[in-house]
Write a protein that binds this ligand. Structure first.
Ligand code: FMN
Length: 213
């Protein structure tokens, strides 16, 4: 399930007024089905950039990348608890301090696999959670998938999606790199907003939200 789990603690980090606590948990969730998947590599890039910029801002973080399609036993979940690996993935998302989600556009919306995983998250598990919304598509025709599909889904969870989302076609994002110009500017803005949200989360650490058993 976990393709990447890293821990970064800024060497000699100046935390200023920030309390010294556990590293912030940044979790990436990709609903791509291809192999290789552009969506997965976009989520991976965003995770790496957000973590690196957070570190530069004095915030220690861990990153964890969940490739839903690679989860053992994914397919037709009927109930929870699911398999050990899927349960760990669901709990990682529910326990995150920041979530980066990405889905390919399938028939004008997020992939069914992505929604299938999200369907099994505790409905109270993402309250107040900052979320970066990413999507990849074949053309710009469905660029509003972020605003019309992903944003309302995370509103259901009372999560807090960043103002900037990023929808990239192959022209905007290929071979692991964001194209120069408008796509790069949008991506940088998203990373900037993500770090801002992480700083705010650390400053105003919310009491843990009780979750369903
Ligand atoms: C079943 C299927 C349906 C798709 N539907 C759309 C669509 O409605 N709109 C669109 O822009 N792209 C559509 N695409 C293209 C994918 O969104 C695009 O290739 C995406 O970047 C693939 O991401 P991945 O490499 O992570 O799988 C579709 C692709 C597939 C396989």
């Amino acid at each position: 399930m976990t393709l990447l789990t890293t821990s970064k603690t800024a060497p000699g980090a100046q935390t200023g007024s920030l309390p010294a606590t556990e590293p912030l948990k940044i979790v990436g969730l990709s609903g791509g089905l291809s192999s290789p998947s552009r969506t997965l590599s976009l989520v991976e890039l965003a995770l790496a950039r957000i973590s690196a910029d957070a570190e530069a801002a004095g915030l220690a973080s861990t990153t964890r990348l969940i490739d839903i399609a690679a989860l053992d036993g994914i397919g037709a979940l009927r109930s929870r608890p699911a398999s050990e690996e899927i349960e760990a993935a669901l709990q990682a998302v529910e326990g995150a301090d920041f979530l980066v989600v990405g889905s390919p556009v399938y028939k004008g919306s997020y992939s069914g696999l992505f929604k299938h995983f999200v369907d099994f998250l505790d409905y109270r598990g993402l309250i107040g959670l900052p979320v970066a919304l990413l999507a990849t598509g074949g053309s710009e025709r469905h660029a509003l998938v972020i605003e019309h599909q992903l944003r309302p889904l995370f509103a259901f969870f009372q999560a807090q999606p960043l103002g900037t989302g990023a929808f990239f076609t192959e022209r905007d994002f290929a071979n692991g790199a964001v194209s120069a110009g408008a796509p790069q500017e949008r991506f940088e803005r998203l990373v900037h907003e993500a770090v801002h949200a992480l700083v705010a989360r650390r400053r105003h650490a919310h009491p843990a939200i009780e979750r369903a058993a």
